[in-house]
Design a protein around this ligand. Sequence first.
Ligand code: ADP
Length: 610
Amino acid sequence: MLKQRPFLIETLTAVGLIVAPFVLPHLGFAPNTVNRILVWGLFGLGFDILFGFTGLLSFGQSAFYGTGGFVAAYLLTRAGFSNVLGALVIGMIAAAATGYLIGLIALRRTGIYFAMITVAIAEVFFFVEFNPLSDFTGGENGLPGVPAPSFNLGFTTIHFTDGWSLYQFIALCYFIGIIIALRIVRSPVGAILSAIRDNPLRASAVGHNIHGYKLTAFVIAAAYAGFAGGLLGVLQAFMPPDAFTFDTSGQLVMQTAIGGRGTLFGPLVGATVWLFLQDFLQSALGLGAAWKLVLGVVFVLLVCFLRGGIIGGLVDLYGLVFGKHKRTEAEPDAEVTQPPAPAPMQARKVEHPAYSGPILKATGLTKRYGGLVANSDIDFSVNQGELRGIIGPNGAGKSTFFKMLTCEVPPTSGQIVFGGRDITGLKVTEVCQLGLTKSYQVNQLFTGLTVRQNLTIAALAELRGKFRLDLFRTLSGVKGLTEQVEHTLALVNLTRRADTPVSELAYGEKRRLEIGLALATSPRLLLLDEPLAGMSPRERVETVKLLKSIARGRTMIIIDHDMDSLFELVERVTVLQEGRVLVSGTPEEIKTNAAVQEAYLGGVHGEIAA
Ligand code: ADP
């Protein structure tokens, strides 16, 4: 929704902010309430990029809100600084720098451990603010006397004092905040953040430095929090110590969940509900502190029945009424049997142009899991342009071998040389950047995205490298991206399903997309781990045809159990048994090899795959 009509959202936001002072008073909103909602909304923009878009639930945002707020307030009340906007920006920078340092620590863990670290860090900040730093922060008293902003234009000075006058300043800040946030979520970085939320493992396997991007989201969230914290001081003419409390972090999480995560406007809507209920229930109905009981019930109901929050519910409703998702039909099988022949994609730069040996050479590769030896002393090499098959009974160590080659798991001993370069011990992201990647035995897709968006994520890794902060570039501004995505769509025969969400794909289509994700990174060596797994006989025949068309001009290693299909595809086969190489040879040699027959069938039957 955010991407289709970019300027519509900006325009509607501007119109909304302009008409709000004329409409909201009639609905019972005091200007001060509206200003507070906007501050929460601005605070939440960064948090939504972190939580909604990147999937990182932090309970520590109060640390940055407080840091930005107190730095700005200190400058304005105690350090003789008179430029309010300048102080807010300095507070924001201080919060972002703090976010960078905290992020370095917190992002070492994921999931609940990440959340727990953020809670602990926020508590530390709260303690530090109240005790060692109380001379600077005013401790329990906070910092009174924060001035309102004013701008000297030479011929006149504009003062934004309070109420609707101050609203103009805060609304402008919010508007700039939303413009920046929209740019970020529509940028290549924004696309990658969503991929990290959906499937961090695959995002790093296609070549993105996910730690760097997560840290970026963390710093962005801290920066927004810092600026909003400064605005809170300006709004109240007083920087309150409770900006640092856990309640602040918790309230932000709940408001975002109520409004709808991953929408940017969710925190604003959530804050509106929260503050309206607070005012209405506390004053109008005289419930006092019991208002939180009602809020709790509202929260539980919303989370149970509207998992995407209020905005998510509205979007679903819109989809129901106007049939937003035009469902595309599954492609007819006939198309699969006649895959198009797209123009060859530009090959990846070769690391060592002078190198002429095998593209991949593994020596003495061994992997132990405790006492179990999954791979033992494997010597293996593949030449440029070769199509190699790997077979072996279940548990023979085939997948482990692939995982070591792509550096998903480190070998216990041995060496892997790719394109003349020793890649042993590198990370999966770096190896993919060098041009070696695989498709997974069990699909590893970005399930919340469409087919095109999936391939875009993979192609971006090749076109932009593993980390780049092009936060304000649009996806269409990435040179070669559209061509690469379209080319891959055609290669895996998913062009007509390009805008279909992954969740709506048939199984065979998902398998093709799985291969497409690896292909979109333009690998020099492609490993396919059981590409035919789980397919019906008919789908297998079609996928083998597809693989044949993909194989032209590529170097590939394919694991599969379906020997008929595999022998049709590859030029040489390596047989693994109990973690060792049993034999290597042409399909014909393997079919008639007595040791292979023994391994598969105990030697009682005739030729395998006969
Ligand atoms: P294949 O792909 O040929 O079926 P695998 O490589 O998956 O074989 O497994 C080889 C052996 O290593 C099996 O005995 C398996 O149980 C073991 N293994 C694989 N991964 C792990 C792991 N992460 N921890 C412990 N044992 C493992």
